[in-house]
Ligand binder design. Structure first.
Ligand SMILES: *Cc1c(COP(=O)(O)O)cnc(C)c1O
Length: 342
């Protein structure tokens, strides 16, 4: 049966590098959203916790509840305000003034600041009224954060946004003192921002996702790092046969044997979350061997009869071929595929 390997040594190697950059294990929040970028939420949360990280961020409340026991704090990045009782370690990102209004009194929150990406967060002009509302509703302000839109690009936009966030921080710190609210944590850097800076400044921690899993989209002219991919996808042989010269294999009969050849079918298809290929442009496996014909929902074909094949251990070539990013190649992988820690 097809399976995914998770390389623990590579994961810890990446965490060593990121924690050294951020200033220690307390300075890194593990971003485990979307099933830990397809790696497996509970498994990666256990490894991150075993490594010594105490904070995680996830997509929604359902994901947060699945790992709430493993961390001091689990931040929900993308969910709707709810009155549902939550585990004590869970806090919700509040992305607008309306969200602050909708949240029940006393909810633990991280206030999201729009420092220039304009995807989420309150504007600088709304800070005063937001803090007044937080005070009035006794919302527990555990964090204040922003997100960079171009941290990986060779441009000054990152520095512009960072300056905007620094100004917002100053104002929020003054208001926290004014209202006598408890100290809050500030955070802004994603993987690319952390990797391009020498310090996270007076932020309390960075939120890293993709770099923990061994990838970066950071422009190599800014910096390069020895990150190691954590996930590899393996398919196992279902059956073999000889394709006679002139016979064609799979849907549409796209691939034709030039001479008699041994061919095998393997148990991964687009139903497992692998990008579907139409057979006109073959896909290279980790060892360089090329697919033959079109991918089916649950299988694809290769020459030879190896009992198993590593489809990829580096998502970058696939990302290039499918005009996407490593994030998407991994996030799409079917959660029910077996994970094996190596
Ligand atoms: C996904 C996400 C991150 C992590 O980004 P990476 O590029 O994977 O490090 C950090 N913060 C927020 C708000 C996110 O949505």
């Amino acid at each position: 049966m097809a399976f995914i390997t998770i390389n623990k040594a590579h994961f810890f190697h990446n965490l060593d590098l990121l924690c050294a950059k951020a200033g220690g294990k307390t300075k890194l929040m593990a971003v485990l959203k979307d099933n830990a970028y397809g790696h497996d939420l509970r498994l990666m949360a256990s490894l991150a916790s075993q490594y010594g990280l105490s904070r995680a961020a996830v997509k929604n409340i359902e994901e947060a509840e699945r790992i709430a026991d493993l961390f001091e704090e689990v931040l929900v990045l993308v969910d709707h305000p709810t009155a549902k009782p939550l585990s004590a370690s869970i806090s919700l990102a509040a992305h607008s003034y309306e969200a602050l209004q909708a949240l029940p009194d006393g909810t633990s929150i991280h206030l999201s600041i729009d420092s220039g990406m304009h995807r989420n967060g309150i504007k600088e002009e709304q800070i005063d009224e937001a803090l007044a509302l937080i005070h009035a509703k006794k919302l527990r302000l555990r964090g204040v954060f922003t997100h960079f839109r171009s941290a990986d690009e060779l441009s000054s936009e990152f520095f512009w946004q960072r300056a905007n966030f620094e100004r917002a921080k100053k104002r929020i710190k003054a208001l926290i003192e004014h209202y006598g609210l408890p100290k809050t944590a500030f955070h802004s850097c994603n993987s690319a921002a952390l990797l391009r800076t020498d310090t996270i400044g007076d932020d309390d921690y960075a939120r890293s996702g993709i770099a923990m899993y061994g990838y970066t989209t950071l422009d190599p002219l800014i910096a390069t790092y020895d990150l190691k991919p954590v996930l590899a996808l393996w398919a196992e042989k279902l059956s073999s046969r000889v394709l006679k010269k002139g016979e064609r294999v799979g849907y549409g009969g796209i691939y034709e044997a030039k001479e008699d050849e041994l061919i095998s079918t393997y148990d991964i298809g687009y139903g497992d979350g692998f990008f579907r290929f139409d057979g006109f442009e073959p896909i290279a496996m980790a060892d360089g061997s090329l697919t033959k014909g079109r991918m089916s929902m649950d299988s694809f074909c290769l020459g030879g009869d190896a009992s198993k094949v590593c489809m990829f251990e580096d998502a970058n070539p696939l990302a290039r071929q499918f005009h996407t990013i490593s994030y998407e190649i991994m996030t799409k992988l079917y959660p029910a595929l077996k994970r094996v820690v190596i």
